[in-house]
Each structure stands twice: as C-alpha cells, then as structure tokens.
Design a protein around this ligand. Structure first.
Ligand SMILES: *Cc1c(COP(=O)(O)O)cnc(C)c1O
Length: 421
C-alpha cells in the first residue's frame, strides 16, 4: 500500500515513510486512489459522504436576525436557525446528512475531541452581493483543506465536493433570511467542523466522528482604526514547527496560542506575529497570513510572504488568491516572492526606508493593513497610505477581492448560491 520511493528532499533513506511528517502525503494519495474505486471484498463498503441524501428538518421556533453590526449576545456567537450534521463511524461510514435546527450537541465526557484535540475546522464567508446574489469564495479550496486537516488528525476522509455541496445547502436555506437582500455588502461566516466523538479514553484514532456546519455572524475586522498593530511572539514560544501541523486547520494549533495573543492585546497590540527559529523567520500574524511589501536594496518592489514548502504556515485561500492576482495583474511593477524572511530583514528595510507596506490576509481579517510591528523593545511604523486606510497594494488587492466576493465583477472564484426562498 505504502509507496516505497523516498522523495529526495524527504527523510533519510531507510526511514519508514508512514512514520514521517510526509506520511500525510501518502495518506492523501491513497485517499485520492480510493475515491471512486470499489473495494473488492465481500463486506459492504462503509458509506461515503453523500450530500444528495441530505434531509431537511426545519425549525419550529425561528429566531430573529440581529441588527447590522451585532454578532454575539452575552459573549455567545449568534448562529442561524439551522445547522448541518453528519455522524460517521468506522463500521458504517457516513450517515445521512441532516439539516436541522441549530442547537447543542451531546457528547460523552470521554469523547476523543475533549481529550486529544481530534478537531479540525474551516472558515469561509458568505457574501450578499451588490447585485443581490449570494456568493461564497472558492469553497472548493476550503473543502480540500478540510480533508487535509482531517486526515492529519486521524479523522475520516470524504470527497471534498460533497462537503462543498453541504456548505452550499446550508447557506441556500438560511441565507435569504439571515443575509437579506436589503443588506448588500454584508457577510456571514461558515464554520465546517469535524470532531472525534468516540467515547474512548484510550489514545487512539477515533472510530466515531461528527461533521457539522454552522453559519454565524462575525465582526468586520479588516479596518481597525489606525491599522493593525502586531507584537512579535515571545523568544521562548513557537506556534508551529517543521514536522508539526501548522499547515492544518486543527484546533490544537489555536488554544496554545491564546496566551501570547492575550498578553499582546493587554499591551495594546491586536495580534502576535509568530516568529520561528533562532533566525526569527516571520510566519503568520495571528490566524492570518502575513505579507510585507519591501523594496530590495536595488530598488525593486517585492511583495514577500512565508513559503508553504516547510509546512509551518497555513495555506490560506486569501493568501493564495492574493499571490495569483498580483502575479496576473501587476507582474511588471511588483515581484511576488514566497520565501523565508526574518524580522531583522523587515527592521533593516525599515531603517533604510525600503519598507513600503504590510498587511494580514485571511478570511476573518480579510486584507487588513498593518501599521506597526513591535519587536524587542522597538516599534516599527509601517506606512498606511495617504488616506490612512492601508498602502497602495493593500488597498488594490482588497478592492480586487471585494469586487469578486460582492459580485461587482464576474469571476469563477465567486460561487453563486441558488437560494431556497
Ligand atoms: C485560517 C487561517 C489563515 C487564513 O486562511 P484563509 O483560507 O485565507 O482564511 C491563515 N493562518 C492561519 C493560522 C489560519 O488558521
């Protein structure tokens, strides 16, 4: 089953591939091969996730849509009337997906997720366009990434296209009411989640899991007054490491980061910029990817962001889209560079007047201008453009993406939802 070829960049020859950080690639290949092929033996195959079987149980007590700008009540995020829920077991595979009233889920105190962080999630927004249509942005990317995250923590696999259909089904039902046409230019936040539910304290891959999708409100985070202020991570703390799982959207990456984030916030900074290694490589800003626009010593403008190949950072859909658009649309003015770069390089660019702008990119923060980085007692002020709302490229990229998301331009990344009225 396991391919025997050792990649030249991988672990040293002779190491068992299924026991390396690269094991994830082999698992993904196996899943790719298994999808669509029937198993040859006589046992009934566990059922595959099948969105076409979705059943609908509508709420009998619909709730009120909050006024614009309200996303939570008493510290609880407001969600819509419905959720989608699909149990899985190793024995039977995926159950029938169910759209049902939003509400609590029930777990045994011994459930795997509560002890061993067998949890992964996705985050994508639904946008009410200026043309009245409802769209989501590149849901195929989120669905594919959810599979990667799931497999990394031994939760079940599924065909990503089926997850995408379920995401669309939930927004199709709750979108018309919760993201009404009278509020063009607004968004909601979809959170597909998977948890290991088996009530087994043994440290083992769960044989039962639950996939659910909820639709919630979220504040607008892309334009904090005066720009986003970042504090570098403490010397003795890392968010993710080579060989770890920083590239996966698994809950285990986030809980441990809250301590530093909380401390940074208490000092007046919004997020932590996570550095890595003795060299102090810039990786991510909070749960967003981080971009710096700098001029080289030779005077060439570059947009620089951390690379994916060492798997330290999350492969953001916003990051990916940003890179592609800049490559397509401003090739001649600005060079796109995915490489490891250090905080010292950024500080040096600042002292030499070569630091042009910086921004965070992710679904939650969208494209958020960064105005300040605090590192080891020094504040680096970053230009925020003439209007103070972000530099030229920050604003340009934000405008391009916004136009796609809110239907000002037709683009294959903006997937229109067929709403159920
Ligand atoms: C979700 C996330 C991002 C942004 O990814 P998008 O797909 O653009 O939303 C970046 N970094 C981390 C750590 C994240 O969790």
């Amino acid at each position: 089953m396991v391919p025997s070829a050792v990649p030249s960049t991988g672990p040293s020859a002779g190491q068992d591939l299924s026991l390396t950080a690269q094991a994830i690639e082999h698992r993904m290949e196996e899943i790719g091969r298994a999808n669509g092929t029937s198993n040859g033996d006589h046992k009934p195959a566990p059922k595959e996730l099948d969105a076409s079987k979705l059943t609908y149980t509508f709420t009998k007590s619909p709730r009120e849509v909050p006024p614009p700008g309200v996303d939570s009540v008493d510290g609880s995020t407001i969600c819509t009337d419905h959720m989608i829920s699909v149990p899985w077991s190793q024995k039977n595979g995926w159950s029938t997906p169910e759209l049902k009233p939003y509400g609590p889920i029930s777990l045994m105190p011994t459930a795997s997720v509560l002890h061993y962080a067998t949890e992964c999630f996705e985050g994508l927004k639904a946008y009410r366009g200026f043309d009245g249509k409802l769209r989501i942005f590149r849901p195929d990317c989120n669905s594919a990434r959810m599979l990667q995250s799931s497999v990394r923590i031994s939760l079940p696999s599924f065909p990503p296209a089926e997850l995408q259909k379920l995401i669309l089904a939930l927004i199709a039902v709750d979108g018309p009411k919760w993201l009404p046409r009278e509020r063009p230019g607004t968004f909601m936040y979809l959170r597909p989640t998977m948890i290991g539910t088996q009530s087994q304290l043994g440290v083992t891959a769960p044989m039962e899991a639950l996939l659910y999708i909820i639709l919630s409100f979220m504040p607008v985070l892309d334009s904090p007054a005066g720009g986003m202020k970042l504090h570098t991570s403490p010397d003795d703390m890392v968010r993710a490491w080579v060989g770890g799982f920083g590239y996966a959207k698994v809950g285990a990456n986030y809980g441990p980061s809250l301590l530093a984030t909380h401390e940074a916030k208490s000092r007046g900074y919004q997020q932590v910029i996570w550095l890595y290694g003795k060299e102090g490589y810039c990786t991510e800003a909070g749960a967003s990817n981080f971009f710096v626009v700098m001029k080289t010593k030779e005077g060439k403008t570059q947009i620089v962001t951390a690379p994916l190949d060492d798997r330290l950072i999350l492969d953001g859909v916003t990051r990916r889209s940003t890179l592609q658009l800049v490559r397509e649309r401003c090739r001649d003015e600005v060079e796109v560079v995915e490489r490891s770069y250090t905080i010292d390089e950024v500080m040096e660019a600042d002292s030499e007047g070569r630091l042009v702008e910086a921004f965070a990119a992710g679904t939650a923060f969208f494209i958020c201008p960064v105005s300040l980085i605090h590192h080891r007692g020094r504040d680096v002020a970053i230009p925020m453009g003439k209007a103070g709302a972000g530099g030229h490229y920050t604003q340009l990229i934000k405008g391009w993406l916004r136009d796609i998301m809110y239907g000002r331009v037709e683009h294959p990344w903006g997937v229109v939802v067929q709403e159920q009225q």
